[in-house]
Structures are given as C-alpha cells and as structure tokens.
Design a protein around this ligand. Sequence first.
Ligand SMILES: [Mg+2]
Length: 233
Amino acid sequence: MPSPLRALSFDLDNTLWDTPPVLLRAEAVLRAWLEREAPALAARYDGAALARLRAEVAAAAPARAHDLSYLRTEALRRAALASGYAAPLAERAFGVFLTARNDIVPFAEVPGALARLARRLPLYALSNGNACVWRVGLGRHFRAAIDAAMAGAAKPDPRSFARLLAVAAVPAATLLHVGDDAEADVAGARAAGLQSAWVNRSGEPWPAALPRADLEVADLGELVVEVERRLGT
Ligand SMILES: [Mg+2]
C-alpha cells in the first residue's frame, strides 16, 4: 500500500511537451542570429563545433557539467573570444537560444491536467534542462521549479531529488515524481525514496533491467484519473 500522496513533481522535456523539434528550432534560431550578429564566429564554428566546445567545457569543469546553461554560455564565450568578439556577445547569443528553447507547445492534455491536479496537490517541476515553466506559460500550476543548476546535480543523482524534497517539505514516500525517462525519472525517484510514474506516450516496452515504476500512464489524462482515484474524488 503506497503512502498517501501529498505532492507531485514533473519532469518537463518530453513529459509536458515534445522536446527534439524545439531544440532543433532553437539551434536554427541561434545559427541565424550568429550569422547576422557575429559572422566570423558563425563561419568558424558550425553547430557541431559548438557542441564539441561544450563537451570540452564540461570535461574541464566536471562539477558544472550538469549546468547546461553554463556549458552553452561558456562555449559561446570561448568561441566569441577566439573569433574576435567581446565576451558579452555570448550572453546575448545564449539569450536568443533560451528564448527559442522556451517557445514550446505543451501536449494537448497537459494544461487541463495540470490545472486539475493543482487543485488537489502542490505541483513541482524537476528538470535537467533549461526550460522554465513560467517562460513556457505553465507556471501558474506550479509551486516551485528546480533545475539541475539549482540542485547542483542532474537526475537521477539523489541530490536532485533531495533538493526537490527540501523545497516541497514533505516525506519522500508521499511525493510522486512523473516523467518520461526510465533512468533519470523513474529509477532516480525510486532510489531517493519517492513514488514514481512513467509517462509512456509511445507505448515503449519498459527497459527490462530496471524495476518498474509504481504507475505507468500514456499521458497526463491517465495520470489525473489515477491520482484522483487514490485521493478519492
Ligand atoms: Mg524528460
């Protein structure tokens, strides 16, 4: 018998919206901006070269490798300096990327499901990425949002869930974490003592090597049904 629910936390990318096309578009928006504002940088660093630079930054600073905003900004700063631009260009370029990266359309059922769940329980966001629930227009449903930079680690690292629990101020066993990633979300939540729900939108088989989630749902509509059943309507 699972503990009574006192709070819910949500992964963002690929749980509340489809992320790969957003990242592709954000990269394209950044590329167009660089070609216009910093043509020497754009000519010298294509997308793959900037990705290699981010990997070098991460390797040189493993303690900050979970902080994707830092990796992007620092890689752009190095590319700017190497191409004859001043360092602040990197902040502007990252801002362009981040705006496009937060230009998302949630899955159709998500706004209604979050609104309904938020009437029953406090909701929290727990993301490894640099999308922001307020910037994407879903902030009103959430009490707080924790990202990897704030937690000092990325899921499935237990420090990520520890930060969430400190903010939510509820016992681990009463918090249900909801996400699409079997490793980061489900195994991570389980290891930290939380309940877990796997959002499996495409009907994938569960990775056999991992213990199953407490709950499996195809979308947040199914999650609402399960949570309301447990809370009693
Ligand atoms: Mg995800």
